[in-house]
Design a protein around this ligand. Structure first.
Ligand code: ZN
Length: 204
């Protein structure tokens, strides 16, 4: 187990929990282990108190390799993100109120287009508030492999935001390190919260 990265992830999970982004055991978090496997938080654990033993080794199809517990069904989407992006080493999945509410306001909207926000620059590759950052929204689906296929189909557009929304559900964000994934998560949550307050969704 990559101890330093895992302790950084646990620290980040505690931070996410204190922000209220993963209430009632919701959300899940993962770390790439190697080209074909990942560590993912076990289903149903309290995200305020995660420990090393709460992470399970799984392959990228979310099949358990070792550990004590059950991987969440959503681990399959974490695995798909690692398959689609070999540089990604951390995926954070949060269930915040602004992401949940905003994505439900216009159910036909396929993305939120952020423009004019200084905080867009927290996302790698964005250098100016004048650029447009598109955060794609996918309809929620209890069939996670089907949801992962929809993400795969649109990946060439999705990847620029280092994140995506599942409607009425939450945000997935990722990065090449735990620190970068956390910065992307905080940046995207901040931007969504701004739109949440102004309630402006751009139709896809
Ligand atoms: Zn979820």
């Amino acid at each position: 187990m990559p101890k330093d990265a895992l302790s950084a992830l646990i620290h980040t999970c505690n931070f996410i929990a204190t922000k209220g982004f993963c209430p009632a055991t919701g959300g899940n978090f993962s770390l790439r282990n190697d080209a074909d496997s990942m560590w993912v938080s076990a289903s149903g654990r309290d995200k305020y108190q995660l420990k090393e033993e709460d992470f399970l080794a799984c392959d990228l199809d979310a099949k358990l390799i070792s550990g004590n517990g059950k991987p969440s069904a959503e681990a399959f989407l974490h695995g798909m993100i690692y398959k689609l992006s070999s540089e990604t080493s951390c995926v954070l999945h949060t269930h915040s109120v602004p992401v949940t509410v905003l994505s439900m306001q216009k159910k036909e909207a396929q993305k939120i287009a952020f423009q004019g926000y200084e905080m867009q620059k927290t996302i790698s590759g964005f250098q100016s508030h004048e650029e447009t950052l598109k955060l794609f929204i996918f309809d929620n689906d209890q069939d996670i492999p089907r949801l992962a296929s929809a993400v795969k189909e649109l990946w060439h557009e999705v990847k620029a935001a280092y994140g995506l929304i599942v409607r009425g559900h939450g945000l997935y964000s990722w990065g090449n390190t735990v620190a970068e994934a956390r910065r992307h998560m905080e940046g995207l949550e901040f931007l969504v919260e701004c739109e949440f307050y102004s309630s402006r969704v751009v139709r896809g």
